[in-house]
Every structure is written in C-alpha cells, then in structure tokens.
Ligand binder design. Structure first.
Ligand SMILES: Nc1ncnc2c1ncn2[C@@H]1O[C@H](COP(=O)(O)OP(=O)(O)OP(=O)(O)O)[C@@H](O)[C@H]1O
Length: 697
C-alpha cells in the first residue's frame, strides 16, 4: 500500500483536503515559513476554515443527540491528551489530485515541464557551487516525444534525476516537494533561488488525469537507474533499471479519452501557452519549440527594439508595433517583473467592448498562470498588452490564481499607478507621439474616469486627457493642468463647452459671454467628454463647470436700464410673460440675460451635460410634452437683439406671426443646445414661418 509520510509536508495536504473533502483525516502540522508569503496565507486560511468546519460539524452532532450546548468556559482537561496522527486514504487523495484539482487537463504538461526545468536548474546550481556530478557539461535540455501508435507522451530531461530514496520520498509522498525543500536549503545560504518552480508537491500526479499508467525512468549522479511505475490507483512499484540516462524520463501511457496528447500539434500548442518561456530549451519530437526569450526578465538595456517588436507581436497577438514600452522591475511593495506595451495602431472594435479581457498575461517564475489575467489591471486599461511576472501572487494548489486576495488588489494598485505615471511622463517627453496615442486611446481613459471609485484616482487619469481650448489655435490641445496653471488668483472654475466641432463651439451662444470676458474655455468634441468632466466634478480643487451652467446661474439680476440698446424693462417683462404663455408647457421660465450679444436667446436646463446625454440615449419613444416636462428648459432672451425688439412690436401688431417666431426661436435654441434628438422636427414650423414672411411679397 502506498503510504503517505504524514509527518512531512502535511500542511499542503490539509489545504488540499480542505478544498476538496471535509471528512478526510490528516495530521495537522504548523504552517511552515515559505518563500512565498502568499502560500502561507492560503494555507492559514485553509486551516482556519478547517477548524471552523470541524467546529460546525461537532455542534451539529451535539444537536442531533439532543444535547444543547450553552456557551461558557468551565470545561477543563483532566489529564494529558494522547497525541494522534491524522490518517489519510491515499487512493482517494490521488483521485482528488488527478480528477478534481485542475480545471484543465492540459496543465499536466506544464507541471511535467516545470519539474524538468527545476531538475535542470538544480544541475546548474550544483555545477556553480562545485558539487561533483557525472557529466557536468551535458546539455541541459527537455525533450518531449509524442507517439500516436504507442499512445504515449514522453517527457525527458537531463536534470538531477532521483535516487531510490528520493523517488520514494518525492513521488511516493503526496504534497512532498523536493524542489521546495531544495529552495529552502538555498535560501538558508542566501543563494538566489533562481527559477525553481515547484512548491506544492502535487503537480506530478496531474499526469494521472490523462495517463492510465505512468513510468518514470530516472538516474541521479553516482546512483543506479530506477524505474517507478504506477497506475495512479494507490500503489506504485520501484525497481532498478538498466541503460537509464542521467536525468528523468516520464512515459505517460494515455487513457483512451486523452489520446489528443499523443498529437504533436496539440502538445506544441500547450507548450506555447504555458511553458514558452521556461529557461531551458524544450524540444518536441526533436525540434525546439520555445524560441522566444522571457524578455521581461532581461535587463531593459539588453533588449533591442526588434526584440520588443517580436515579443509584442507574440504577447499582444498584434501586427502593429508598440508605441510605448514600460519595462520595469521592483521588489517592494510587491515583487514584480513587468513588461507592458502600448499599441501604435488604433484600437479594434472588439477592444472597445468592455467584454474584452485585459491583455496582460500573468506569470510566476516564467510559467504562465493566467492568460489575459483579469484583476491585474483595471478593465479600462485592457488595451495594454504584456506580461507581469510576480513571485508574490497567491496561487492555490492547482497553480491557479486566487483572484480576490488582498495581494492581487495591491498588485493591481501598484501597476495601475505605475502605468498612469508612465503615460503622464510620455505626454511630457514625447508630446507628438502621445498626442496620436491619446487621439486613439483617450476613450479608454474616459472610461477609467467614469468607472473609477476614488476622486484621486480619477484626477490622476484626468491628467492624461487633452482638449482644444479657446485660448489656443485650432488643432492644438491643452491639459487640465495647463488650464489650471493659467487661472488667476481667486478663480475657481475650469470652464468647458461640449460641441461637435470647433466652429460650432466658437459660434455657440453659450460661449459668447466668455469670449467677451476673455475667459478660457475648453472645447470638448467627443460624445462622452462632458459626462466625463461632470463625473470628475473637480480637478486640483477647481470646479469643472460647463458654460451652460454658468449661464443659468446668472449671479446678479440683469439691470436692463443700464444695457445700451435694450428694450425698456416694462416692455421686456410683458414680452417674456407673453412668450411663456405662448410656449405653454415647453418652458419652465422665460427670462432675460445680459450675457448674449449676437444671439437672440438660449435655452438652459439644470444639468446640460446630463440632459444632452439623456436626449441622445433615452429620448426615443418619449412623447413630446413629456420630454419638455423632463428637461424643464428655461429660455433666456437677449433684450438688445433686433429679433427680440421686433417681437415686442409684433406681439400686439401680428400675434400669429409673433407666436410662430417665438416657437421658432425656442426650437432654434433647443437645437443649438443639443437638446433635440432629431433637428429635422423643427423644419415644419420654419417653413410655415417662411411662407408667412413671403406672403406679403
Ligand atoms: N523530472 C524530475 N526530475 C527530478 N526530480 C523530480 C522530477 N519530477 C519530480 N521530481 C521530484 O518530485 C517532487 C514532487 O513533484 P511534484 O510535481 O509533485 O511537485 P512540485 O514540483 O515539487 O510542486 P508543484 O506541485 O508546485 O509542482 C519534486 O519536488 C521533485 O523533487
């Protein structure tokens, strides 16, 4: 019977068991201190869960027996308890590893390659530290062979191999990781652990997901060769074997439902996916498959532009080139090796969709943990392509990601801040290229602001945005920082105006007063701009204020008497009252303003940006009267304008024409405010007006 050495490495077994079977008895040992703090944490959590589960089970038993426990602390042990060991049912445990631990069968290849790579790293280490080995100069390689006829997959390495004792210890003990023990030895001597991957001591058994029998031929330096065989149902055999080469060869005899793994193309695909960057050459049926280097682990100085281009195409699955490259490493607050690319080409239609995953692959020591790893970067940065490699990521036993850990959240914050700062830097150092970039990708930053949680975070992203300004020639763009730096002491608002083009912005009725006062206004041309600035609300403690809002909040009441060329106040009051009656429920009020010059009137609503967005997206199907009730427009007339003055006369002389003119003035103002879903609807009245005007001629 296959015995589990419970004194060793039981912690891993416990977390495995907790995740999969509750009642499985194993012996609990204290959590070991580990290289990756995260692992410790995962195990601690499991232990906590384990004890609470046990406690729950205990209390439910109490209930069934009719005993209702009352919480108290009177109980005391009456003597020394007997130390017992948990028992484990090996066959069941193996079954769990082979059947339930991994979500994808194909990962067994990653596990075997990782083991081979560890074995090769160990040879390298022994060579470096002067330990005498047989054939120390042998090529350090991994060879994989597929055989459809024999229905086998073979993974062979020229690594350290195993002695008989090691075979029994490592492959005969579930959750015993020789590699991890090796790593801990190295760390005691403060040697760089290099790229040893194994840590849990279960990966090898994943082979039983696809193999009905596994044969392991292995020979360590100075030791005879051995053959270890098992069908994964609870027992194994070990015996000496002849002609075994230094290193280890694993032959998987495939199950009938797993014959795909005897297919070269299928294996190539899996290697490329998970193990493409393993530091040792991998040959598949004699041809090397992993030709691309783990560029992200290289010194940035040593990576040429061509290498970046090639790597970018590989990770980004793209055909353009990277416009900007962020290649950096850090050890605090989290260990990170990062290589991120910002595309030169335009985003595709799919990239714009929020259903698209982020473009970052997450690696741990060169082994792929997750392709397109969500949560590593926020969704709005999904156009960034590249690799993040971190030893600090909390993996679970099946080397899958624990998505919602605090460590992942920390990683995400660190990365996001770094990306934003990097782009702010590009805007300063490569303004032309950045301009092109923001033209294509600005929409993502806007999404970042719209979906962001913290004001600080939103303001950091807002630093990346650029707008045309009334103070700069057409085509030139400024940032919110530029605007803020030009503000005079005491000024508290950054003004913006949303319009489809510069021409319409400059000729807008709302802009007139600002122009006259020589106040800078940012022009926003994209549909989401004003929503973004409304969401942002403030930047650098200045208010972001739309020109329409400023107009509606006319501070002091207008002194008509002092306005040169204005209608007298009494006439104006009578006119505005009559206009309100004429427009009926369409307006909430008709007032007069001193802020207009060449325009007869404007419409203002409570929150113009939101109203416009509402009109664009929600208006279809809403009856006309209801639309006005929702918008509550206020009409502000210009008492100096010739049309308004003429209207005051017409009101009594030709009320029919005056009413038509009033309706048309209002419609024009609504169109120019962007509050009419389809401007064609105002043409009927306009034609009536023309007909009436031409009647007399
Ligand atoms: N090809 C190999 N050459 C030498 N030793 C090996 C080889 N494959 C496995 N071993 C030994 O067997 C041990 C157990 O392997 P296993 O894949 O189960 O776990 P691991 O690699 O240590 O951890 P993980 O579950 O994280 O992959 C390894 O730690 C290593 O000591």
């Amino acid at each position: 019977m296959w015995r589990i050495v419970q004194r060793k490495c039981v912690t891993n077994v416990i977390s495995l068991v907790q995740n999969h079977v509750r009642t499985f008895p194993v012996r609990a040992l204290p959590v070991r201190s580990t290289t990756a703090r995260l692992r410790g944490r995962a195990v601690v959590t499991s232990l906590a869960r384990f004890s609470s589960t046990a406690a729950r089970e205990q209390s439910s038993q109490d209930d069934e027996s009719g005993f209702h426990s009352i919480i108290g602390d009177g109980e005391k042990p009456t003597g020394q308890g007997t130390r017992m060991e948990f028992q484990a049912e090996t066959r069941m445990l193996l079954d769990i590893v082979a059947k339930s631990l991994y979500s994808e069968k194909e990962v067994f290849i990653r596990e075997l390659i990782s083991n081979s790579s560890d074995a090769l790293e160990k040879v390298r280490y022994f060579n470096l530290t002067g330990k005498s080995l047989e054939s120390p100069d042998r090529a350090l390689e991994i060879h994989i062979g597929t055989d459809k006829v024999a229905k086998t997959l073979t993974v062979q390495d020229t690594g350290v191999g195993m002695t008989r004792e090691e075979l029994v210890d490592n492959l005969g003990t579930i959750a015993r990781s020789g590699s991890k023990a090796f790593l801990e030895e190295l760390k005691k001597g403060s040697v760089d652990p290099g790229t040893i991957i194994g840590q849990f001591g279960v990966g090898f058994y994943s082979t039983f997901m696809i193999a009905e029998k596994v044969e392991v031929y292995t020979r360590a330096s100075g030791s005879p060769g051995y053959l270890w065989t098992s069908d994964g149902t609870g027992t194994y055999e070990v015996g000496e074997a002849e002609n075994v080469q230094l290193g280890t060869k694993i032959v998987a005899r495939l199950k009938p439902d797993s014959l795909e793994f005897a297919d070269e193309d299928r294996i190539k695909e899996v290697i490329r996916k998970y193990s493409n960057f393993v530091g040792n050459p991998i040959f598949l049926n004699g041809k090397q498959v992993n030709t691309i280097q783990a560029v992200w682990l290289m010194d940035p100085k040593d990576v040429s532009e061509e290498m970046h281009e090639e790597f970018y195409r590989f990770v980004g699955n793209s055909y353009d080139r990277p416009r900007f490259t962020l290649h950096y490493r850090t050890d605090a607050p989290v260990n990170l090796r990062t290589l991120l690319y910002f595309p030169e080409g335009k985003p595709g239609l799919f990239d714009l969709s929020r259903d698209m995953d982020v473009g970052i692959s997450l690696y741990c020591r060169k082994v792929l943990i997750r392709h397109r790893a969500e949560n590593i970067l926020p969704k709005w940065l999904r156009f960034v392509k590249g690799v993040v490699d971190s030893e600090d990521i909390p993996l679970n036993l099946s080397r899958e990601l624990l998505q919602d850990s605090s460590q992942i959240r920390k990683l995400r914050t660190v990365l996001t801040n770094r990306v934003v700062r990097f782009l702010q830097d590009r805007a300063r150092k490569e303004p032309d290229s950045y301009r092109e970039f923001i033209t294509n990708y600005g929409i993502f930053f806007k999404e970042g602001i719209l979906t962001g949680q913290e004001q600080m975070e939103k303001e950091e992203i807002a630093r990346l945005l650029q707008y045309e300004s009334s103070k700069c020639p057409a085509g030139e763009r400024v940032t919110l920082m530029d605007y803020a730096s030009r503000m005079k002491p005491g000024e508290r608002d950054i003004f913006y105006l949303a319009a489809p083009s510069r021409h319409l912005a400059e000729s807008s009725a709302y802009f007139e007063a600002f122009k006259a006062r020589d106040v800078e206004v940012l022009f926003c041309y994209e549909p989401y701009d004003e929503l973004v600035l409304m969401t942002l609300r403030q930047f650098d403690r200045k208010n972001l204020t739309s020109v329409e809002k400023e107009m509606r909040q006319e501070k002091e009441s207008v002194k008509v008497e002092e306005m040169e060329g204005s209608l007298p106040k009494s006439e104006l009051d009578a006119l505005t009252e009559w206009m309100k009656d004429t427009l009926g429920g369409k307006v909430s009020a008709v007032k007069y303003t001193g802020k207009l010059d060449s325009h007869p009137c404007v419409v203002t609503v409570e929150d113009m940006g939101a109203a416009r967005h509402f009109v664009r997206t929600q208006f279809a199907g809403i009856p006309e009267e209801q639309r006005y009730r929702l918008l509550q427009p206020q009409l502000d007339v210009n008492p100096r304008h010739p049309i308004v003055k003429k209207l005051a006369e017409l009101r009594t002389g030709n009320p029919e024409l005056a009413a038509l003119v009033t309706e048309q003035l209002f419609s024009n103002a609504m169109v120019s405010a962007g509050l009419v879903e389809d401007p064609r609807t105002v043409l009927t009245k306009f034609n009536q007006l023309l007909a009436l005007a031409l009647e007399k001629h």
